[in-house]
Ligand binder design. Sequence first.
Ligand SMILES: [Zn+2]
Ligand SMILES: [Zn+2]
Length: 129
Amino acid sequence: MVKGWRNLVLLLAFFAAFTGLVYAGSIYLASCGCGYKSEKLFVGRGRAVKKDNRPVLCRRCQQVRTADMLQKPVKCNACGSTKVASYEDDSRLYKKTGDREEIFLGQDHFLCPRCRKFNLRFNLTGKWD
Ligand SMILES: [Zn+2]
Ligand SMILES: [Zn+2]
């Protein structure tokens, strides 16, 4: 019984931390050894706006862009094209560096839209809300 309560408290603490993470938006810059640099990518969601911006490869822009995953169909935030692939969901766009289940921006290696090598890195540069 006591053990059960402790687990519940841990679970609640974890949940609080997790929602904190989900609701904070992060600003990333993607860059590659070939010289490619993305514009500032506003990933996640602001507190005021109901959005879930994720980094995508836009085939019309040929750039790393963001798209709001809560809108269907998913469209490039820059040009409105639906020819976008999510860097975190499309296994053709990343190379995992560990044996984790999930993809982590900032840790894994991603496909560069310019040189087409898995040298693209996402660097966290700030927060937005
Ligand atoms: Zn686009
Ligand atoms: Zn490159």
